[in-house]
Design a protein around this ligand. Sequence first.
Ligand code: NAI
Ligand code: MG
Length: 497
Amino acid sequence: MQTESSTLVARSPQVTEFLSKPRKLLIGGKWVEAKSGKTFKTLDPATGEVLAHVCEADAADIDEAVKAARAAFNGPWSKLTPSQRSRLLWKLADLLEQHTEEFAQLESLDNGKPLAVARIADVPLAVDNFRYMGGWCSKIEGNTIPLSAGNNFLAYTLREPVGVVAQIIPWNFPLLMAVWKLGPALAAGCTVVLKPAEQTPLTALRLGELFAEAGFPDGVVNIVPGFGETAGAALAAHPDVDKVAFTGSTEVGKLIVKAATGNLKKVTLELGGKSPNIVMGDADVEVAIAGAAHAIFFNHGQCCVAGSRLFVHEKLFDQVVEGVAAKAKKIRLGHGMDSGTQMGPLVSDEQLARVTDFLNSGVSEGARAAAGGARHGAQGYFVQPTVLVDVQPHMKVVREEIFGPVVTAHPFKTLDDVHIAANDTIYGLGAGIWTRDLSIAHRLAAKVKAGTVWVNCYNVFDAAMPFGGYKQSGWGREMGHNAIDLYTETKSVCIKL
Ligand code: NAI
Ligand code: MG
């Protein structure tokens, strides 16, 4: 791990302008202040300095936003044809693409991730997702059903939008998480109230400006930054919201489920993970080492699918651990807007405290750091990329989601041992397998309880490939046609002829 001091990329004039004014709430097509008049600060996590002031929604604003979403759902949005919805989503994708640099800079500043990563991953994936989902609008079809109740019936299904949808998202991929949720909801014909994470509201708010520019009717998308316990809780409990889609911690996921019981709104959840990454004895070692490092260190380990438990066949264990540790030590930490930076800070002082507490707990339970193991520097929320060895299955660092650049490494002997160890977790989001043996790859992929299994790759996401969790990693799937399904209701129409 190294720190380089070089100059930061200059902020674009649009970014400077965007950050210069307090950002408001988007409700019913208008930018408004919070009814309470309150604002909160969003910080640069590399320095702790204030980036911008943001109006803070609470229950009263949420209520207005839900009313606006309902009015748009019953009104102009329901009148558009599928092809008109497609064209709006494609136009939105084009606008986002045209503003790639601006969005990448805002994302880097607000979240801390390297600008280069935001440019090549976050923004293009978001653009692609809107384009893919835009294509679905005209392909949401029902079926005709042959009834055994009699030959004198015609039965068919209609697929209708669920209605007004609340979407609550986290801070690790602020723009992409917004788009994963908005794309299928809008394609299916729903209207939305979106609450970005309080740590990273900026790109969602900038995206809000593009909806009007693309020609979306007022109120189809409402954006209400605020805190979880106030704005988020009010949204999840709101009686006129038909569905809530949430990405975040498993702990809050359970609160969302409880809050949804009032009107039994539909719920989809994308929650935590403790994903196993398995290097078999026949793997291409260099490829596996690079893959294991990428699986945990991408986005500073702040990925719900982070490959945070590395299982290595005992004959390769020392070599792979040394290789990943060597890579960890070489990662250049720095400000996201520094072109030399390979890893930025964690998103907040709260996350820094969480991750360093995990590191201390690991060491006190007997783990040893083969690389890293502590905070990096005194300014900003940086943590050293860390590889922990001498770990046992009961340790907190092995059982709980750390959500930082920290991997635990475990040797194994046989395929049976490793699939049992891999599944020894309450989570089931992602998994990686590194092998040259096709039979092992397929056998293990079938045995691992995870929503996505990557073989000889990791962190490959595609708008067409469903993503979500087994067990306590969530309910439902995002992306692909599964996402569309979860924003529609199926209505059976049965006619006696
Ligand atoms: P969180 O789950 O509290 O926050 C995620 C979103 O939920 C934010 O928009 C927040 O405002 C909202 N929220 C919080 N409490 C709420 C409530 N009672 N009702 C409705 N919405 C609420 O996650 P946090 O505190 O930022 O991070 C804590 C841990 O959660 C992380 O260390 C990580 O382990 C996990 N996490 C997992 C994520 C994932 O992608 N699976 C993303 C973010 C965090
Ligand atoms: Mg929280």
